[in-house]
Design a protein around this ligand. Structure first.
Ligand code: CMC
Length: 416
């Protein structure tokens, strides 16, 4: 394997070192490029730019592989709970029984929300999008929480984010605030905080908790996606964890990123309402003059099946079958997927369904409203965001500060 690349610019010869990853992914280290040559690189959208070395998750987009800390997603989904996965992602190893018990109990210690947060939430109009509310409340949490130990910040967020999400949902649907139940595991507690009704005992449905557990695991980390990079970028300026995560949530909200889960269901409902003519909508997605894109299709890294989408599809089918509900949206999604995957446009551009194509169907079957889908994605992505913030600090990554090619006016004077 070569360790340098040689190249010539304007008759001068240069060498640039090559860096290899665990699976021999290769990068040209250009950190000294401008200093030595006067050139910078130009890469809008960071399509070819590595910003750090990381050991949290690995994706092989050509083969459709996803590993968390070395473990294939297909194994984690069948053998781990979301809270074990969170421990793994944050700490690097799966917990043993004692570690898991201690981790879960420590999270429960922070299972409460300051009354001022509830008062702030009360003042926010109901028509505000839950993602904006969650991001704002996470930012505000910073004012109330004074952590002496770094680990406590992670535990506070794991405890409080589901509470903020549940409170936001309940206010919207006119239910009074709920409290955490320390007797329950993480997922059961989350469901009870969302859906319990005053003066009625809340019955857990294992089919629903299993599906929620799985979909949160599927979201837990995905290396340098837009929101995670946002979290790292803020952290690199020594911005605090809560503010960095709040910014990550704002990035996730976008429809090309986590907001796609809401957009997918809205698209499927529109198709259904307009007669269900799949071919017409596929043609629309292919038409360059039409801004419409097939939401839940395509991915920057996966040029093969997104392994999370395969699992999410099975979880959705299983959930709907076991709950004995009939969902025309699932049938439409499956038909749309089949048709798109046979179309030369999607074949040539290697556009496959991504995680968000089926995740909304799962949330909807659980009873989560559309505008809360991306909030659920955020609950799942939380361990990944925190692990990257932590890793960025440990690596002592420099402040993120890209360059640009200026194409504005030359220097000019204001006329008298
Ligand atoms: N429908 C129709 N055409 C598409 C689609 C789509 N969903 N996705 C990409 N293309 C076309 C695109 O028009 C372009 O064509 P051309 O080369 O002729 O200009 C080509 O495929 C490459 O697309 P791109 O936009 O340059 O690729 P990207 O890597 O910059 O964007 C993406 C990736 C996910 C933003 C994009 O595929 C997309 O907009 N998908 C729909 C939104 C979506 O589902 N987002 C969720 C992503 S997965 C979960 C997450 O990360 O949160």
């Amino acid at each position: 394997m070569c360790s340098v690349v040689n190249f010539n610019i304007n008759g001068y010869h240069y060498k640039l070192p090559i860096i290899y990853g665990t699976f021999y992914e290769k990068a040209i280290n250009i950190s000294q490029l401008r200093e030595n040559t006067g050139f910078i690189t130009f890469d809008p959208g960071f399509k070819n730019t590595g910003i750090t070395k990381s050991s949290i998750s690995f994706i092989d987009g050509e083969k459709g592989v996803l590993l968390y800390r070395g473990y294939p997603i297909e194994q984690i989904i069948n053998k781990c709970s979301f809270i074990e996965t969170s421990y793994l992602i944050l700490n690097g190893e799966l917990p043993n029984t004692a570690q898991l018990k201690s981790f879960s109990e420590k999270i429960k210690k922070f299972n409460s929300i300051h009354k001022e947060i509830n008062q702030i939430l009360d003042k926010i109009p109901n028509f505000y999008h839950p993602m904006g509310i969650l991001s704002s409340l996470t930012y505000i949490l910073d004012i109330f929480i004074n952590c002496l130990q770094e680990e406590d910040m992670y535990l506070h967020l794991l405890a409080k984010l589901p509470m903020l999400a549940a409170l936001t949902y309940r206010k919207k649907v006119g239910l009074p605030p709920s409290h955490a139940d320390d007797h329950l595991d993480y997922i059961s507690n989350l469901l009870k905080m969302f859906f319990s009704i005053p003066n009625k005992s809340y019955e857990q449905n294992p089919i629903i908790s299993d599906a929620l557990n799985k979909i949160l695991i599927l979201h837990a980390d995905h290396e340098q996606n837009c929101s995670t990079t946002t979290v790292r970028l803020l952290g690199s300026a020594h911005t605090g964890l809560f503010s960095s995560i709040s910014a990550g949530m704002s990035a996730l909200w976008g429809r090309l990123h986590g907001g796609a889960n809401q957009a997918v269901i809205e698209m499927l409902e529109t198709i259904l309402k307009n007669g269900g003519n799949i071919t017409k909508w596929i043609e629309k997605a292919k038409n360059k003059k039409d801004p419409f894109r097939l939401m839940g299709f395509g991915h920057r890294i996966y040029k093969n099946f997104d392994p999370r989408a395969r699992i999410a599809k099975k979880v959705a089918e299983n959930l709907i079958k076991k709950l004995r509900i009939s969902d025309p949206i699932l049938e439409l999604a499956k038909n749309l997927e089949e048709k798109a995957l046979q179309d030369s446009y999607f074949i040539e551009k290697k556009l496959y369904p991504n995680i968000d194509f089926y995740s909304g169907i799962i949330y909807q079957s659980i009873g989560i409203p559309k505008d809360m889908f991306t909030v659920m994605f955020a609950l799942g992505r939380l361990p990944g965001w925190m692990a990257h913030w932590k890793e960025m600090k440990l690596n002592r990554d420099p402040i993120g500060r890209p360059r640009q090619i200026y194409i504005g006016y030359k220097k000019r004077n204001i006329k008298n």
